[in-house]
Ligand binder design. Structure first.
Ligand SMILES: N[C@@H](CCC(=O)N[C@@H](CS)C(=O)NCC(=O)O)C(=O)O
Length: 205
């Protein structure tokens, strides 16, 4: 399998960290692609009509996207404990954290459009502020709600890879007055799966 990847994408890293945690990373060839809605990447569009990474290209079978679906598929390929709990409240807890993590990454990208990516004269500060409020409210939510004592699940992976990216891009910090979250995140960042997948590179628009 090939993973169309980007070394500075929180979503792509989530899929790859998931593969490491599931013990199947060696079955995946990682191929870096630059993507941006302002610079069409034909290789990525050939596999995903949204033109986004990550995409999992499977020999002889249709490609899979987005990161949520890739993780769900990867979870069917190993014999260990499921990283997406199959049933009960544990399932909804994990998927809910994943949803907040996805929204955090989406909001972080939106803030970057309104601060550094869009030409200065086209930036709209109220939009920057609105998305920043979503970041802050979500940081507070995970400080309160995160199930730090549960066995590792997809929500943990999505959240850690997103928080790591938010720091990498110097977006508003989650570190102040959120001791529970910070302690959990710092421990998670030391995991081999995170160390094996460092963030690097700049977005090209
Ligand atoms: N919901 C998607 C989001 C993927 C995404 O936005 N990827 C970015 C890279 S961080 C991308 O390829 N953007 C290109 C574009 O928006 O055209 C997922 O979870 O995989």
């Amino acid at each position: 399998m090939k993973l169309l990847y980007q070394t500075h994408s929180p979503y792509a890293r989530k899929a790859l960290v998931f593969a490491h945690e599931a013990g199947i990373a060696e079955r995946i060839e990682v191929v870096h692609h630059e993507t941006s809605p302002t610079r069409r990447n034909e290789h990525v569009f050939a596999e995903n009509p949204l033109g986004k990474v990550p995409v999992l290209v499977r020999p002889g079978r249709p490609s899979i996207f987005d990161s949520d679906v890739i993780c769900a598929y990867l979870d069917t390929l190993h014999d260990g404990r499921r990283l997406i709990p199959p049933e009960g409240e544990a399932r909804w807890r994990a998927l809910r954290v994943q949803a907040v993590a996805q929204g955090l990454a989406d909001a972080g990208i939106a803030v970057r459009w309104e601060t550094v990516r869009r030409p200065e004269e086209l930036r709209y500060p109220p939009l920057r502020d609105g998305y920043t409020q979503k970041l802050i409210a979500s940081y507070d939510w995970v400080e309160r709600e995160l199930d730090i004592a549960s066995p590792i699940h997809v929500g943990h992976i999505a959240l850690a890879t997103t928080l790591s990216w938010l720091e990498f891009r110097e977006l508003p910090t989650f570190r102040e007055k959120r001791p529970r979250l910070v302690a959990w995140f710092d421990e998670f960042e030391a995991r081999p799966s995170m160390r094996a997948t460092p963030l690097s590179g700049q977005t090209l628009d």
